[in-house]
Write a new protein. Structure first.
Length: 165
């Protein structure tokens, strides 16, 4: 023991400095680890906010179950949106109206042709011809932008107006 003391005594200043440096390094490492731990604790608190369970595995499983539930709800909403898109495509989306005088002795543009078409340019053309003594209404089916019967000039113009919208 005496020989160890004799060997260390001349170097005691250097040993103290070395131990002080090691202590400073350990303090710096401890501070860095404390910061990391605080950051991880904030993340953990965010994950577990509003959850009564203490086990992180159970919390993650619960979150995954919620995410799967949301995915199922999104898939159901996408299906409903697709059905709605399909129905909307068959709804009246394009309308064109042309008013005109069918006869020279009747003014005020009481006659009209109206084209009502869906997204695929299918639908119908309704024409009303007004005269002094009678009123006639005609209906022609339209499929893919083409009428099943020949169209009058006014009906063609109504179709053109409808397809411009």
């Amino acid at each position: 023991m005496h020989s160890l003391n004799a060997a260390l005594t001349p170097h005691i200043g250097g040993i103290v400095l070395l131990l002080g440096a090691i202590a400073l390094i350990l303090v710096a490492i401890t501070i860095a680890q404390q910061r990391k731990l605080s950051s991880m604790q904030r993340v953990f608190e965010r994950i577990t906010r509003g959850v009564q369970i203490g086990n992180i595995e159970e919390i993650l499983v619960q979150h995954l179950d919620e995410v799967r539930g949301f995915a199922d709800r999104i898939a159901a909403l996408e299906t409903r949106a697709d059905r709605a898109d399909s129905r909307i495509a068959r709804c009246a989306q394009h309308v064109g109206v042309v008013r005109f005088d069918a006869f020279e002795d009747v003014g005020g543009q009481q006659s009209f042709s109206c084209a009502i078409l869906d997204a695929e340019r299918s639908g119908l053309v309704i024409s009303s011809i007004y005269g002094r003594s009678d009123l006639r209404v005609y209906l022609k089916r339209v499929t893919g932008g083409r009428s099943s019967l020949p169209l009058s000039n006014e009906e063609s113009e109504a179709m053109k107006k409808a397809t411009e919208t």
